[in-house]
Design a binder for this molecule. Structure first.
Ligand code: KE4
Length: 429
């Protein structure tokens, strides 16, 4: 069925006159998968609707935040109600304490948190704090892990393969890149090598505990535990970037799921319930070094604003034990159904899932990190993506992204979607 996207095409052409690439975040432009990105007009539960009236079952959920589903009536009502009291004061409010206490209550390693306005702000600030408290300049990140767009993270594998970072965006200075070292996810030896080459210089290791930005790749062979041990031995901080996994993979995030003690953690997405938010937190001894209680500066005009905080509080309130059991059962139903299709037809496909985040990789090899994802059949992935879009299913428009289940999805919707998946995969292969 050919999708009618006339209105989206008109909007996309118009948008490109005043907005770079016609979008306010690159992945939305569908450059990887081709075609016109549908311009969305509204969301309801598990569905989003575009300007041409097409309805899609949504497995992106704004890249994770909409874990309750779109336009949850009680979240919308809470936002409407608090907005009538005023949207931002640039002054402390009791609401911020409420959200901070909820995060600290749920996340084992979080003793204090600072609220910010995006995941990028959270990770940027956590790295500054790690550098501030250790007096060290270098950081280790992992090839394929994404921590937002601050300069220290926009680093590609340099000529020295995975040792020296090089800018992967114009505007990032060589000086900045020199302080970011690159290791390989699920390969502890690449981390050990960097610590040996840079003794006493590494402030922290920043890692997505589940690598969600190369498609969903879980830590394997106690990778996180090895990272913890190495950081403790070398006096570096372990920073878990839970912007995607936080309150997603379990109630206490990957920090709870894998039982790995973090020095600092970062959050975003779910804790704002669809409103702009981020947070960084962790051990009191470090967090108390953040201004104004300590010398490490960090600030933000709209940090902790009542509207985003209220949306976050009301979302977390509804993420109780039962909610995670339901998310697990829906996500398992999806993965089991897809695996049946794969096994029945012998398709060269691999699935990874951690809780309610998941990815279908167009490869039959083991997927341990981004090097393995680079060997996926992207042409077939793109045909899968576009085939499902035409069937009214909105998947993440890149093999390098994770998909997300929401509490608004139902077994019936998943079964309908699985039937479509079987038909589309039949076309692809
Ligand atoms: P934001 O600055 O986009 O709120 O968060 C940055 C960020 C930090 N850490 C992790 C683990 C993240 O996944 C993200 C943002 N995730 C992407 C999705 N892969 C956001 C989508 C986009 O860039 O438009």
């Amino acid at each position: 069925m050919q999708l009618r996207l006339d209105k989206s095409e008109t909007l996309f052409n118009r948008a490109q006159q005043t907005i770079p690439g016609g979008v306010n975040s690159p992945v939305r432009a569908f450059k990887g998968v081709g075609g016109t990105p549908p311009f969305i007009t509204k969301g309801r539960g598990p569905y989003i609707f575009d300007a041409d009236g097409n309805r899609y079952v949504d497995f992106v959920g704004s890249w994770g935040p909409l874990i309750l589903g779109h336009a949850h009536p009680e979240i919308v009502a809470a936002i409407q109600k608090i907005a009538q009291q005023g949207t931002s004061f640039g002054a402390p409010t009791a609401l911020e304490i409420g959200l901070a206490e909820m995060i600290v209550d749920r996340v084992p390693s979080a003793e204090m948190v600072r609220l910010v306005n995006s995941g990028t702000e959270a990770t940027m600030s956590a790295v500054r704090l790690a550098r501030g408290v250790t007096g060290r300049d270098k950081i280790i990140k992992f090839d394929g892990c994404y921590h937002g767009h601050s300069d220290s993270f926009l680093i590609a594998a340099g000529s020295g393969a995975l040792t020296l970072g090089e800018p992967n965006s114009p505007g990032v200075t060589k000086g900045t890149a020199a302080d970011t070292l690159l290791a390989q996810f699920n390969d502890i030896e690449t981390v050990q090598a960097l610590f040996e080459k840079n003794p006493g210089q590494i402030a922290c290791v920043v890692v997505e505990p589940v690598n969600g930005n190369t498609g969903c790749i879980p830590p394997q062979d106690d990778f996180l535990q090895h990272l913890r041990k190495l950081c403790s031995e070398k006096g570096a901080l372990l920073v878990l970037d839970e912007v995607m996994t936080g309150f997603r993979v379990t109630r206490g995030g990957a920090n709870e799921l894998y039982g790995v003690d973090a020095d600092l953690l970062t959050f975003g997405k779910v804790i704002g319930g669809g409103m702009p938010i981020g947070a960084f937190g962790g051990k009191r001894e470090f967090m108390e070094q953040v201004s104004p209680s300590g010398p490490v500066y960090q600030a933000g005009t709209l940090s902790g604003n009542p509207v985003a905080v209220t949306a976050g509080i009301e979302t977390l309130k509804r993420l109780d034990k039962l909610a995670y059991e339901k998310l697990e059962s829906l996500s398992k139903h999806w993965a089991t159904g897809l695996q049946k299709i794969i096994d029945k037809n012998g398709y060269p496909l691999t699935q990874h899932r951690v809780g309610s985040m998941f990815t279908l990789f167009f490869s039959e090899n083991a997927i341990r990190n981004t090097l393995d994802v680079a060997k996926c059949d992207i042409e077939k992935f793109n045909r899968w993506f576009n085939g499902m879009l035409e069937e009214g299913v909105y998947l993440a428009p890149s093999q390098y992204e994770a998909g997300f289940m929401s509490l608004a999805h139902t077994i019936e919707i998943l079964d309908e979607t699985l039937a479509k998946a079987e038909a589309v995969l039949g076309e692809v292969f």
